[in-house]
Design a protein around this ligand. Structure first.
Ligand SMILES: [Zn+2]
Length: 317
């Protein structure tokens, strides 16, 4: 049996796992990404966790796979300007290789999750597969004809930045207007709720009466029939249909799986009726659209697959 290390760099948590080639995560170490403001100290913390895991389990490790929020410079193995991270630049491949003396494979976190889906999830045996994450942002990873799409810098899948609002009401974290992520992500939904509260007359809502508004507050209010939350979520569902329709039209997948905390916590709301709504905007034969069964581990399992050298488009180096 072969073993490798998978690392899931997240805007909130960083998770490091030792796993094997059956897709089993043997132990997962988690720490808060924001506890480390210095990129080198952060990578040293990761290296320390890898050394501890190797010392504890005494197994041969094939390599280290890393998934990180983009945008990336894949050729250089760096995160160049992640919007939700404590550091601007992170030289993942060069520094980690030095610190742990193992080959490293590196990709965008949503791409990594698509790799997880392909090797150990619902995508096994499928050549045309899209994984969509709806969490702090919206991202995706895409297989077409069995080949993982990367693009010139490894950012071929920035589907969260497809334009869904021709009125351009909200500005995205990337600085551009009307993007899907600006309305329907974990960070976008509260902003969208605030915008609607300010610009439309919705009577009888208690949604804006609290302090800090989060996506989960909007979903909770929706569940108890709050009129503003109902209005917001119906708009979110409409824009999700546009976003998923773009994916179906561009990539013609057999299957679309959905993960990310916002989707994983609210599949009954977000996936309900989605496929039928998508059909209103697509020309291609509609694929199945379903929640990932890998849960919050899709990215970590994909990173493990990269660490084992299983995905030829993202080799260990
Ligand atoms: Zn954007």
């Amino acid at each position: 049996m072969r073993h490798a290390i998978g690392i899931d760099i997240g805007a909130t948590n960083t998770r490091i796992a030792l796993g094997n080639d059956e897709g089993e995560l043997i132990e997962v170490v988690t720490f808060k990404t924001w506890d480390y403001q210095d990129p080198n100290l952060y990578l040293e913390k990761i290296a320390y966790a890898i050394r501890e895991l190797r010392a504890k389990y005494k197994v041969e490790v094939a390599g280290v796979g890393v998934g990180s929020p983009g945008p990336l410079d894949m050729a250089r193995g760096e995160v160049v300007a992640a919007p939700n991270m404590p550091f601007k630049k992170l030289e993942v491949v060069r520094v980690l290789k030095e610190l742990v003396n193992l080959p490293v494979a590196f990709a965008n976190d949503a791409v990594t999750a698509a790799v997880g889906e392909k090797f150990w999830g619902e995508g096994a045996g499928l050549d045309n597969l899209v994984y969509v994450t709806i969490s702090t942002g919206i991202g995706g990873g895409v297989y077409v004809d069995g080949s993982l799409l990367l693009g010139k810098d490894g950012n071929a899948h920035e589907i969260g930045h497809v334009v869904v609002d021709s009125q351009e009401r909200l500005t995205c974290g990337c600085g551009k207007k009307g993007h899907w992520e600006a309305y329907c992500s974990g960070s976008g939904i509260p902003k969208f709720a605030r915008f609607i509260a300010e610009h439309e007359k919705v009577e009888g809502s208690r949604l804006m009466t609290g302090g800090k508004l989060e996506a989960r507050d909007v979903f909770e209010a929706y569940r108890v029939g709050d009129p503003l939350a109902r209005r917001v979520i119906s708009e979110v569902k409409r824009f999700n249909a546009y976003g998923f329709a773009a994916i179906v039209n561009y990539y013609d997948p057999e299957l679309v799986t959905v993960g990310g905390s916002v989707a994983l916590n609210n599949p009954d709301i977000l996936l309900e009726g989605l496929r039928d709504s998508v059909k209103n905007y697509t020309v291609n034969r509609p694929p199945e659209i379903k929640l990932t069964r890998l849960g919050a581990n899709a990215g970590l399992l994909g990173a493990l697959a990269l660490g084992l050298g299983l995905e030829r488009k993202v080799p260990l180096r």
